[in-house]
Design a protein around this ligand. Sequence first.
Ligand code: NAP
Ligand code: G4F
Length: 344
Amino acid sequence: MTKKALITGITGQDGAYLSEFLIKKGYKVYGAVRRTSSINTSRLSYIGVLDDIDLVPMDLAEITNIQRLIERVEPDEIYNLAAQSFVQTSYEQPIYTSDIDGIGVTRILETVRNLGGNPKFYQASTSEMFGKAQQSPQNENTPFYPRSPYGVAKLYSHWMTINYREAWNMFACSGILFNHESPLRGTEFVTRKISQGMAQIALKKIKKINLGNLNAERDWGFAGDYVEAMWLMLQKEKPDDYVIATGETNSVRDFAQVAAKSIDIDIEWDNEGEGEVGICKKTGNTIISIDKQYTRPSETDHLLGDASKAKDNLGWKPSINFQSLVNMMVKHDLKRIEDNNFWF
Ligand code: NAP
Ligand code: G4F
């Protein structure tokens, strides 16, 4: 029988890759979208899956809506990817972020519990829960120390997912995913901001990119690899939680350096702190500078994941390394600008 998957957050980066992955596996995919004045399905169009998805209305703020939808669709698997996912915004909208990223998850869990424990449930947990990392690399046993309202809200929903598994015997898994990026990444996140910015510099549309903390280190992987791990977790006999990461960390400065290289610019770094600049060696032009508005009140300084458990139990490993990821993102942005294709 055809399996049915309900994906919340289908209009986001991971929603697009996961729906493509599940459609290829033969699933009937239902994509939950919240009401907005104009629904943004551009990522789904860009990768060519929009016509194969049944879009259904659902907002994580509204439990009656969640209940009616799950009862009607009767999915075999729910992937909860919906969230206010931008860390910086969570400092300005901590209550909204807590409601959607924290309580919103409990709304789904309660609905599934009331339906007798089916379907299987995947929760999009995050390495941001490690925050001020207590050890490096981080694995499933590393203590959490979230550093943002987003991280705190996600930690609540992470533990709720575990609690519903233990208390009500639900098949509920949390994927503790480290940063994953792609050409479909939102332009406010630092990787895409840099890849888009470098493409604009190469095509002489802008002169420089303003960034915040260049020292922050992240374990960046490719989103297309990470959605497979979500599915693998739900195919195991027993539900569990897994770290998904590449095992390599790089700073924001490194990302900018490699992205610049892919448009044939060698960066030389000068000064320190707020005065630091990245200069094009050949022309002497400043192409990176610091703007304090992009720094955070409390920062997650260093993330590096150990995905050994996922490798051993799920047979998962990443296929794209850091260098290829950066090059892929810049290449897509160059093409998009050349084609005047500004969908997202
Ligand atoms: P994203 O591109 O920002 O997508 C977020 C999705 O959530 C969008 O479809 C958005 O809909 C939807 N959404 C937001 N508020 C909602 C609400 N109130 N009700 C229903 N839907 C709502 O995020 P992503 O990068 O794909 O990440 C997917 C999930 O993984 C998120 O939960 C994120 O927190 C988590 N995560 C991401 C990463 C990463 O590095 N990408 C790492 C760890 C965990 P609109 O299009 O209407 O805004
Ligand atoms: O790209 P970011 O905004 O991603 P962040 O905060 O790590 O969060 C992402 O990954 C999490 C997984 O750990 C997800 F859960 C979350 O949903 C999201 O997908 O920032 C990365 C780093 C930060 O340290 C930030 O301070 O880059 C630093 N940064 C420096 N300049 C900047 C900028 N970040 C942004 N967004 N913009 C800048 O100009």
